[in-house]
Design a protein around this ligand. Structure first.
Ligand code: NAP
Length: 485
C-alpha cells in the first residue's frame, strides 16, 4: 500500500463518517478518503446483527436530513434496513471511490502542517484535516469473569453475534439487560430450551410505539416529501420535550409513573418477577429502554431471571453469589461497549509532541465535543459530551459536519495552515457542561451508568436541547480558536 496525500481523511464509515463525507462533497471538497477498518460501511449498524436489532429512535429522525428515506417500512427501522439505507447513501452521493476498507488507523501525528495517519498495514495518509468518525459504541465490553476461558460451550458478545451457532434447543445464559439484550432476548427465547438472564441492574422499560408504515403513507412521502419533513419535525419536537425532565429529575416522575403502571399491568400475576424487574433509580438515569416483547418473554416458562451477582464461570455453567451453578451450553454477553475509548488504542500526537492519551488521562474533554486544544485540524465526531438519551445522534452529527465545513472555510479564507482551539475556551466550555450536568438525572438519579467515568464525571451526555447544540456549532467563533499560519 503506498502513501497518499489528501485534503481530508475521514476515519470510519458509519453515520458520522458518511455524513461528513457527503457534507464535504456537497461543498465541493472532494479530495477526501474514508479509512474504514471493516470491509463494508455502516459502523455499528454493520457490526450489530443480533436477532431483533433495531433502532430505538424513530427512523424519520434517525436518518440524514439531506437524504430522507420515504421507504422506511416501520417507525423504528430494523438493522438490515438501516444498513441498507447507509449503503444507499454511499451510492446516492457517489462515495464508493473514496472508501478504503481494511484500513484500521493505529497512529496519527501532527507534523506542523498535516496529520500523518498511519494504518495497520503500515501505510500513511497525509491529510490537512482529520475527521474522527468511529463512534463511541464499537469496541465490545466483555467483563473479565473468572473461568470464562475454561467454559466448554460457546461464548460470544451481542455485537459479534455467532450466526453459525444454532441456538435451537440450547441452554443459554444471557449476561446484561441493556438496550441490546432487551432486543435479542425475546427473539432467542422462542427457540432456546432454557434462557437464564443475569440481571445486575433492572432497567426502566417503556412500550415501544413501533408499527409498520403503510404502503399508502410511504407513497405519500415519495410523492410529497414535505409530508415526511413535517413528520420528522414532529418527532424531533416531541423528543426534545424530554430534555426538561433530564435536567430537572423531579419532572421525570410522570414518565416513571407510566413505567410503573406498565410493570404493574404486565406482572399483575407475577409479583416475583415484578419485584426483580422494578428499577431502584430515577427513570432516565440510564438510557430509557423501549420494548413490546421483552417483559412478555421473561414470563415464559423457559426463562429464569437471576439477580444474584455472577462470581465465576465453570466448564459447564455460571455460578452466582448464592453458590448456585446455572448449567448452560452457551453464554451471550449483552454487556455493552467500551464507551468513548475509540481513541484510546490509537497513538495520537498533536502540537509539540503532546499525546492525546496524556491530555485525556483524567477523562476525555473537547471544545463543543468536537475539537481539542493542541490537536489542530482534528475534528471528533460524537466526541465527549455529545451523547443523547432522547433523540437522534444523526442530528448531532449533522451539527458537527456544518462546524467542520465552516472551520475549513475559515482556514482557506485566511490562508492559514491550521485551526487550534484555545485551551481557556475549551476549559470554560467544559466547566459550563459539568455545571449544567450537576443535578441532572444522569448525575443524580441514583444509578451507575456508562455515562459516568471512573471518576464519576459525566463525559458522555450533552446537557441540553439539541437545537442549542446546533446553534453553538452553526459557525466557528474566532475567539475560541487560534489560526496557525
Ligand atoms: P449497555 O446499555 O451498556 O448494557 C450493558 C448491560 O450489561 C447492562 O445491563 C449492564 O448492567 C450489564 N453488565 C455489564 N457488565 C456486567 C457484568 N460484569 N456483570 C453483569 N452484568 C453486566 O449495553 P448495550 O445494551 O449493548 O447498549 C449500549 C448502547 O448502545 C445503548 O445505551 C445505546 O446507546 C446503544 N444501543 C442502541 C440501540 C438502538 O436501538 N438505537 C440498540 C442497542 C444499543 P448494569 O446496568 O448493572 O451496568
Amino acid at each position: 500500500m503506498t502513501d497518499q496525500t489528501v485534503d481530508v481523511a475521514i476515519v470510519g464509515s458509519g453515520f458520522a463518517g458518511l455524513g461528513a463525507a457527503v457534507t464535504l462533497a456537497e461543498a465541493g471538497r472532494t479530495d477526501v478518503v474514508i479509512l474504514e477498518k471493516g470491509s463494508s460501511v455502516g459502523g455499528t449498524w454493520r457490526d450489530n446483527t443480533y436477532p431483533g436489532c433495531a433502532c430505538d429512535v424513530q427512523s424519520h429522525l434517525y436518518s440524514f436530513s439531506f437524504a430522507p428515506n420515504p421507504d422506511w417500512t416501520r417507525t423504528f427501522a430494523r438493522q438490515p434496513e438501516i444498513r441498507a439505507y447507509l449503503e444507499s447513501v454511499v451510492d446516492r452521493y457517489d462515495l464508493r471511490g473514496k472508501l478504503r476498507f481494511g484500513r484500521e488507523v493505529t497512529a496519527m501525528e501532527w507534523d506542523g502542517a498535516r496529520w500523518a495517519v498511519t494504518t495497520a498495514d503500515g501505510s500513511v495518509v497525509h491529510a490537512r484535516a482529520v475527521v474522527w468518525g468511529t463512534g463511541p459504541l464499537h469496541l465490545p465490553s466483555t467483563p473479565e469473569i473468572e473461568g470464562v476461558e475454561e467454559f466448554r460451550g460457546t461464548v460470544f458478545h451481542s455485537s459479534r453475534w455467532d450466526h453459525d451457532h444454532d441456538l435451537r434447543g440450547r441452554r443459554v445464559a444471557v449476561i446484561g439487560t441493556g438496550a441490546s439484550a432487551i432486543q435479542f432476548v425475546p427473539h432467542i427465547q422462542r427457540e432456546v430450551a432454557s434462557l437464564t438472564l443475569f440481571q445486575r441492574t433492572a432497567p426502566w422499560v417503556l412500550p415501544k410505539p413501533d408499527r409498520p408504515i403503510p404502503a399508502l403513507v410511504r407513497a405519500l412521502y415519495r410523492r410529497i416529501p414535505l409530508a415526511q419533513r413535517i413528520q420528522r419535525s414532529l418527532v424531533y419536537a416531541r423528543n426534545e420535550m424530554l430534555v426538561g425532565g433530564f435536567l430537572k429529575p423531579a419532572r421525570m416522575k410522570v414518565i416513571e409513573a407510566f413505567a410503573r403502571l406498565h410493570l404493574d399491568r404486565t406482572f399483575a400475576d407475577r409479583p416475583d418477577l415484578k419485584a426483580k424487574l422494578t428499577p431502584d433509580f430515577t427513570i432516565g438515569c440510564k438510557r430509557i429502554l423501549m420494548s413490546n416483547d421483552y417483559y412478555s418473554a421473561l414470563k415464559q416458562p423457559n426463562v429464569d431471571v437471576v439477580t444474584d451477582g455472577i462470581t465465576r464461570v465453570t466448564p459447564t455453567g455460571v455460578v452466582t453469589a448464592d453458590g448456585v451453578e446455572h448449567e448452560v451450553d452457551t453464554i451471550i454477553f449483552g454487556t455493552g461497549f467500551r464507551v468513548g475509548e475509540s481513541l484510546r488504542d490509537v497513538a495520537v500526537t498533536g502540537r509539540d509532541g503532546v499525546k492525546l492519551a496524556d491530555e485525556w488521562a483524567d477523562g476525555p474533554q473537547a471544545h463543543l465535543g468536537t475539537t481539542v486544544a493542541g490537536f489542530p485540524n482534528l475534528f471528533l465526531m460524537i466526541g465527549p459530551n455529545t451523547g443523547l438519551g432522547h433523540s437522534s445522534m444523526v442530528f448531532m452529527i449533522e451539527s458537527q459536519t456544518r462546524f467542520i465545513l465552516d472551520a475549513l472555510a475559515l482556514l482557506d479564507a485566511h490562508g492559514a495552515t491550521a485551526i487550534d482551539t484555545r485551551r481557556d475556551r475549551q476549559d470554560a466550555f467544559n466547566a459550563e457542561v459539568q455545571r449544567r450536568l450537576q443535578g441532572s438525572v444522569w448525575n443524580s438519579g441514583g444509578c451507575k451508568s456508562w455515562y459516568l467515568d471512573a471518576h464519576g464525571n459525566n463525559r458522555t451526555v450533552w446537557p441540553g436541547y439539541t437545537f442549542d447544540y446546533r446553534r453553538r456549532l452553526r459557525k466557528v467563533h474566532r475567539a475560541d480558536h487560534e489560526l496557525v499560519s
